[in-house]
Design a protein around this ligand. Structure first.
Ligand code: HEM
Length: 432
């Protein structure tokens, strides 16, 4: 990725940082207990830091030897899970790989005590409290009144020009604009919101900037929260304030931590997959044409295939705090784990010819949004955004195509180490 501005980080790299920030302490624990992981399956690359340009090829090679691999991770040995069966099982197993073993250390300072730091009853109640505004039909109902107008506005800014970079001008700004609209903050504050979102993502690469963004966003949104408590509207904050589950309601700090989490969890993920989906379609013009001519039928399948083919959270770091034999793998205490979502989504046992992008597969990938208790809360919102973006873009720019000689930029690539993937740029043109 040399010479390319890396986009900001999200949830996954923060896990990485947990281990790397605590590199020395983690290393010393692991060195004393990691006997069963002594023999690495691959060397010369660190899955916590390194950009692996031929990631899919490497994962496929490792998986053909066995369903998991012992890999360097932040200077110590970790377990990389490579098959659909193992990755799905690991997501479901909160007891063995609890999210709270890693998130408080990785994101706690900037985001607070979020859902990702919780477990058991606390997590169940809190998730039930924040879930209603993100349900499938609620998200779908936002499409016409809220999401499509934002998509149109973004396209208005470049439609007459005849050319654009769809990553910088379309995919990147869309999710932050949607989250801001959900919060019901004035449109005039969009630039500030985008800056805070960016700086929050940038944790921990720029810890001072991220902490400052966290403080500034909290100062900005606290009075808004107080207003919504006094007089509620139909925005997300008002809905959170009004929820009650098993006699419990969300405290101000629980709401604030949740709102801070929305940016890293919901913006970069959606922007990267929109870029990857557009990249896949623009580099497979026959399939793009199929989607354009039959959007009602094909958009949904194109999105599902995009999520399978290039899951934006490609490698999700977790942690195994206690020694265990899990699915036949002997895992010492304090072992870094990597759930290779992108390898699960290209597991040939489940998806024949997995490297081929093919919207006619009609399969739904099971792990792109995680799984188990911490599975993605915003999946329906993300699906609605992707649907609106694709539908309106193809309606308004029916002959959109890649500019000559820009295919290399349009290729999906690692964005932060190997954790996240998306294209760097999508230089397109059309008849204005
Ligand atoms: C295509 C886009 C998206 C992808 C691929 C994605 C992926 C994921 C994954 C893999 C997890 C599980 C993390 C873990 O187990 O440690 C997750 C959790 C989460 N996501 Fe998403 N996400 C997307 C969009 C969104 C959006 C739009 C929102 C909200 C605005 C959102 C909010 C969340 C939240 C709050 C969690 C934590 C849930 C919990 O801990 O119970 N995500 N996401």
């Amino acid at each position: 990725m040399s010479g390319v501005t890396r986009p900001p980080t999200i949830i996954a790299p923060k896990f990485v940082t947990t281990l790397t920030n605590n590199r020395h302490s983690t290393r010393s624990v692991a060195m004393t207990k990691a006997r069963a992981l002594d023999s690495l399956d691959i060397e010369g690359v660190d899955f916590a830091f390194d950009d692996i340009p031929d990631l899919h090829h490497m994962l496929s090679r490792l998986r053909s030897a066995k369903p998991y691999a012992i890999v360097p991770f932040g200077g110590i040995n970790g377990v990389l899970l490579l098959t659909e069966q193992l990755v799905a099982a690991a997501f479901r197993d909160e007891n063995t790989f609890p999210a709270k073993a890693i998130y408080p250390r990785s994101t706690g300072a900037v985001l607070g005590h979020t859902l990702q730091c919780m477990t058991g009853r606390e997590h169940r109640i809190n998730k039930a409290l924040v879930s209603p505004p993100f349900r499938r039909l609620v998200a779908a109902a936002l499409c016409e009144p809220m999401i499509k107008p934002i998509v149109h506005e973004l396209i208005d800014a470049f439609a007459d020009r005849g050319s654009a970079d769809l990553v910088a001008e379309f995919a990147n700004p869309l999710p932050v604009r949607v989250i801001s609209a959900l919060l019901g903050v004035p449109k005039g504050d969009a630039a500030e919101m985008a800056r805070w979102a960016h700086d929050l993502f940038n944790y921990p690469h720029d810890p001072d900037g991220a902490l400052q963004a966290s403080r500034e966003f909290t100062e900005y949104i606290t009075p808004v929260l107080a207003e919504r408590r006094a007089e509620s509207g139909d925005d997300l904050i008002s809905r959170l304030v009004g929820q009650e589950v098993e006699g419990e309601q969300l405290s101000d700090e629980q709401i604030l931590a949740f709102l801070r989490l929305l940016f890293p969890a919901g913006a970069d993920t959606t922007h990267l997959i929109l870029g990857s989906l557009l990249s896949a379609l623009l580099t497979h013009p026959d399939q793009l044409e199929q989607v354009r001519t039959n959007p009602n039928e094909e958009i949904e399948w194109a999105i599902q295939e995009g999520l399978r083919w290039e899951a934006p959270v490609a490698l999700l770091p977790r942690f195994c705090p206690d020694a265990v034999t899990w699915q036949g793998i002997e895992i010492p205490a304090n072992t870094p784990m990597v759930f290779a979502i992108t390898a699960a989504n290209r597991d040939p046992v489940k998806y024949p010819e997995p490297d081929r992008f093919d919207i006619t597969r009609r399969v739904k990938p099971t792990t792109a949004f995680g799984g188990g208790p911490h599975s993605c809360l915003g999946n329906w919102l993300a699906m609605t955004e992707l649907h609106a973006a694709l539908e309106v873009l193809l309606e308004r720019l029916p002959d959109v195509h890649l500019q000559a000689d820009t295919e290399t930029d349009a290729q999906v690539t690692s964005q932060i180490g190997t954790a996240l993937r998306g294209p760097n740029a999508l230089h397109v043109e059309w008849n204005a």
